[in-house]
Design a protein around this ligand. Structure first.
Ligand SMILES: [Zn+2]
Length: 272
């Protein structure tokens, strides 16, 4: 609910189009608002007959429920857009570009936070009322953004040692901090299971990257594609190591023992 609309006396909002979502789109529709609650939605004629004593605010365009952005990385806002280099470049190329940009920079937490807050405000201004934010930085609450933001602390752990380090980190987090895994190619089954179990116990959200694009699909379904090459080349753990600033030993130590999910077609979400 926008702070501009909350805490107002009951009123009718009329618009050329109202999208209730749970029923068909209404032309010349109306919404009745009382404080921070919607108490009626319908055709304007019906609504005004039922609530004839209420003032009417005419709106242009469309009234619809707030949008939900189910996947955003607010802590990456400061790096700006990272365009795909060419039509031929893969998801792995894009990840490399993003990580390079991140590693070449030296922004303070405050700068990262300020950029994130600006993007959150922009999201809200464009109609987003709820965001699921995934990241590696604790951004805290944004005073200037009244959208609801649910934050997940994202963990990676592609080896046994890295998994142990990640689990130690998680157990030291405050109880209320929600945690999630990054992706099947960067997080061992043990770590994913640990995080999933924690999510169930705390009744919190679990969300991770899976089959977002053709390259991830190729890895999981056929054990091939750029992610497979990326993992076999050893480039990924090195980049992730720098990215997360974990110890080289933790990341590199058991990587060579092929503890990854790479090429294991039996991998599935069922085990978590
Ligand atoms: Zn993502």
């Amino acid at each position: 609910m926008s702070p501009l609309l909350a805490n107002q006396s009951p009123r009718i909002f009329r618009a050329p189009w109202v999208i209730p979502v749970t029923s068909a789109v209404l032309s010349d529709g109306a919404v009745v608002l009382d404080q921070d609650s919607i108490i009626a939605v319908g055709q304007y004629d019906d609504i005004v007959a039922r609530f004839s004593d209420l003032p009417v605010t005419k709106c242009s365009g469309v009234i619809l429920p707030a949008l939900v952005n189910a996947h955003i990385h607010l802590d990456l806002s400061i790096y700006g857009p990272v365009p795909q280099e060419s039509a031929e470049s893969s998801m792995c190329d894009w990840i490399s570009s993003l990580l390079k940009k991140r590693m070449d920079s030296n922004y303070s937490i405050q700068e990262i936070r300020d950029a994130a807050e600006k993007i959150a405000v922009k999201q809200h201004e464009s109609g987003v009322g709820l965001m699921l934010d995934t990241g590696n930085t604790d951004l805290g609450k944004f005073q200037s953004c009244s959208a609801e933001i649910i934050s997940l602390f994202e963990m990676l752990g592609p080896s046994k040692l890295a998994t142990e380090a990640a689990i130690k980190t998680i157990t030291e987090l405050p109880c209320h901090r929600m945690v999630t895994g990054h992706a099947p190619y960067s997080t061992t089954p043990e770590l994913l299971k640990f995080i999933k179990k924690r999510s169930i116990e705390k009744d919190s959200i679990f969300s991770f990257h899976l089959l977002e694009n053709l390259d991830e699909s190729l890895l999981l379904i056929k054990g091939s594609g750029c992610f497979s090459n990326f993992l076999k080349s050893g480039a990924l753990p090195v980049i992730l190591f720098q990215f997360l600033e974990l110890t080289r030993r933790a990341w590199w130590g058991t990587y060579r023992k092929q503890e990854f999910l790479i090429g294991t077609r039996s991998v599935s979400i069922a085990f978590i």
